[in-house]
Ligand binder design. Structure first.
Ligand code: SF4
Length: 408
């Protein structure tokens, strides 16, 4: 296998809706999981029945789907896993994403035809580890996020035939992925069972104790924002895809199964454009970085690609992500110059709003708003369901088109 083949863009899909948007906006593949056996369990609305539907849907559109079974299960979950693995195999995924050696053994026994991808949770950080996993039958290794470009190059050189996947965008752990106990300790929610509360991002008070005054703690104030001392910025490697491809990465992965469809659409489209531009031999389009800032982020940093980021990787400002634009609505249907939109934030008649589709951007002016019963409205509010709108420009956008506006 040549590792300089066209790299794959793998997007998260936490629901059927997000899966649809991810594919529409440019994903080559999506990863999904059922809550009991995958991480991001709390925000996941897939069940066994819907996963099978999701796989059929993805295949019918000529794309690939990977199922996550990447928890480290305790004894209690083993029997249910033994029953679930053949069912998941029957659903026909293109691969299982696994981390625990016991689960790998079970998958090999109960679903021998499904290719296995080693989860980032297994923290593969060197070429011998990758060789080890390949010898055990792993087809693709999702490398630890803490690796530098030089380390990736060496891993590829030593393992020319393995598929290598790398997270290029999204939230990261402040520890090696999943190898921290903050959530377990503070909330009894286990990161490796899919229930992490992201406690590392909380606001912590910091105290100092003078050696001879045991128990007298002096608070240390950071600033008015608090002390978010473990709150990592988001990794963003969109400007480094060419280097990663040349280093041997065959699959670019995006984090965020719990993020909104607006996030999925924005990030998928930006990375699709970056990959297509790179393959066409074009220089990197810096505007794509601004595009990524239009959706939720905690500031970007380039991971460990060139050097240890140290303190520059921490977002000290707030627990809450920031974004330059807000999600106004998503188009669900169109009919006779009218569009049925699901409302995410307030908008009103005569307002000018930005739109984006997989291929286009532009502005539209809201001419009329009617509720589902046909009643005319001047404005609508976020969370109030859906409404029919028409535009002064007679624009008809496809289902899945996004309406957004700058945040002032
Ligand atoms: S608390 Fe933070 S560092 Fe720990 S597993 Fe959760 S997200 Fe990762």
């Amino acid at each position: 296998m040549s590792y300089l083949m066209k790299p794959e863009l793998v997007m998260p899909a936490g629901s059927l809706d997000k899966l649809d948007i991810a594919i529409q906006y440019g994903a080559d593949a999506v990863y999904v999981g059922v809550p009991s056996f995958s991480l991001r369990a709390r925000e996941n609305d897939f069940r066994f029945e819907t996963v099978a539907n999701a796989i059929d849907e993805v295949k019918s559109r000529g794309k690939r789907v990977y199922l996550t079974i990447n928890i480290y299960p305790r004894n209690l979950k083993i029997e249910s896993l033994k029953k679930a693995i053949p069912v998941m195999a029957e659903a026909g995924a293109h691969g299982f994403i696994v981390a625990d050696p016991g689960v790998i053994g079970l998958c090999k026994k109960l679903a021998p035809d499904i290719p296995l991808h080693l989860s980032v949770q297994a923290n593969a950080v060197n070429y011998e580890a990758v060789r080890f996993w390949q010898c055990l039958g792993i087809k693709r290794v999702i490398l630890a996020q803490e690796l530098s470009l030089k380390e990736i190059e060496r891993i590829r050189k030593e393992n020319p035939s393995v598929e290598l996947e790398f997270f290029v965008h999204g939230s990261v752990c402040m520890a090696y992925s999943g190898r921290c106990l903050i959530s377990n300790y503070l909330t009894h929610r286990d990161a490796n069972q899919g229930t992490c509360t992201q406690s590392c991002r909380w606001n912590y008070n910091v105290y100092i104790e003078e050696e001879t005054r045991k128990g007298a703690f002096f608070p240390i104030d950071e600033d008015e924002h608090g002390a978010y001392i473990m709150n990592s910025k988001d990794i963003c490697l969109i400007a480094h895809l060419k280097e990663l491809m040349e280093a041997g990465v065959t699959s670019f992965k995006i984090e965020g199964r719990s993020k909104s469809i607006y996030y999925v659409a924005t990030v998928a489209r930006a990375y699709r454009k970056a990959i297509d531009g790179m393959l066409a031999g074009k220089p990197f389009d810096q505007n794509l970085l601004d595009e990524l800032k239009k959706t939720a982020n905690r500031g970007f940093f380039p991971g460990f690609l060139k050097k240890d980021p140290g303190q520059t990787s921490i977002y000290y400002e707030s627990y809450r992500p920031v974004q330059t634009h807000e999600f106004v609505a998503v188009v669900r249907q169109r009919k006779d110059e009218k569009m049925l939109v699901e409302i995410k934030n307030r908008f009103s008649c005569n307002e000018q709003i930005e739109f984006m589709t997989p291929d286009t951007d532009g502005m539209l002016t809201i001419l009329s708003i009617k509720d589902r019963a046909g009643q005319t409205m001047d404005c609508v509010h976020g969370g109030s369901g859906s409404a029919w709108i028409s535009t002064a420009e007679h624009i008809e956008l496809p289902a899945g088109a996004i309406l957004r506006r700058p945040v002032h």
